[in-house]
Design a protein around this ligand. Structure first.
Ligand SMILES: NC(=O)c1ccc[n+]([C@@H]2O[C@H](COP(=O)([O-])OP(=O)(O)OC[C@H]3O[C@@H](n4cnc5c(N)ncnc54)[C@H](OP(=O)(O)O)[C@@H]3O)[C@@H](O)[C@H]2O)c1
Length: 269
């Protein structure tokens, strides 16, 4: 488990998998040992995820399924019907429901209140947020009386998220790392390649291990059996403190891969 949390440390990202391909990759991942599956209303693949969950021989209660409410569905009119559709497509209540992107500041509290009602109505076992800054995490945690368990954010060695991680830890919130390989970019730096060569492991395993060894969960996406398998190997070894520190030293504010116009000027770094 990631620090302080019920969230399995390694999960499967499902964006941009769709339809039959999404279904087949998820069934394969569960067969290999994945128990944490990440989807979102925005990805348009919740029905395919639901089919994969039904096809898989692993009982649903052994899986941890995460989905996210689309930014266009946070309003009073849309929130509850959109969540009902997600729950329907996914074959029952989810394990973790997130607000995918923070709305405008004036709408944050109302969106967080709707998340709490989804929890109280039994549509999800846990609630959380995604792409929330330190100030927004603090605000959501206060508003919910400490019920936010997760903030899913971009996290890999190229991006310095140390302040966000320290603040989340203080609030009892686990970070989940999205784009944990920076879509391949995080495998390229000399420092990553050098540590990979020294340890005789692929660069992807070095990057993912650096993430989970900080108590952060990671949800790499892969369509390939060998990469899905390799990504699971990171649960089996540890990095020495000097290698952890060397990887941390390559992060900067410029390393971000994913953003939205609505976040301009809002990120912590
Ligand atoms: N909350 C948010 O706003 C948000 C934003 C973005 C993403 N996400 C979530 O995070 C998940 C992961 O992020 P991502 O898909 O953007 O990026 P990612 O996981 O960093 O990178 C995916 C890429 O890495 C490759 N890859 C995976 N394992 C590999 C390995 N062992 N060796 C070499 N290459 C490997 C994959 O190619 P192959 O298929 O060839 O292996 C794929 O091209 C998404 O699927 C989605 O669920 C959330």
């Amino acid at each position: 488990m990631a620090s302080n949390s019920v969230i399995p440390q390694l999960g499967l990202g499902t964006y941009p998998l769709m339809g039959q391909e999404a279904e087949d990759v998820i069934v394969m991942a569960i067969e290999l040992g994945y128990r944490h599956i990440d989807t979102a209303q925005m990805y348009g693949n919740e029905a395919a995820v639901g089919k994969a969950l039904r096809r898989s021989p692993v009982p649903r209660e052994q899986l941890f399924v995460v989905t996210k409410v689309d930014p266009g569905s946070l309003s009073a009119q849309r929130f509850h019907s959109s969540v009902a559709r997600s729950v329907d497509d996914l074959g029952g209540p989810v394990d973790l429901l997130l607000i995918h992107w923070p709305p405008a500041d004036s709408e944050v509290d109302a969106a967080v209140d709707r998340l709490v009602s989804a929890l109280e109505e039994g549509r999800t076992r846990h609630i959380g947020v995604s792409n929330f800054t330190i100030a927004l995490m603090e605000r959501a945690q206060k508003r919910t009386g400490g019920r936010i368990i997760c903030n899913q954010v971009e996290f890999h060695p190229l991006l310095d998220q140390s302040k966000l991680l320290a603040a989340a830890t203080k609030l009892g919130i686990t970070l989940t790392a999205y784009s944990p390989l920076a879509r391949g970019r995080a495998l390229q730096p000399d420092m990553v390649q050098e540590i990979a060569r020294k340890l005789g492991r692929p660069a992807s395993e070095i990057v993912l291990r650096w993430i989970i060894q900080q108590g952060v969960a990671a949800i790499p996406m892969s369509r390939k059996r060998e990469n899905l398998q390799s990504n699971l190997n990171v649960l089996q070894f540890t990095l020495r403190e000097e290698d952890m520190a060397a990887l941390t030293s390559i992060g900067s504010a410029a390393g971000r891969t994913v953003s939205r116009a609505s976040m301009s000027g809002r990120w912590d770094n």
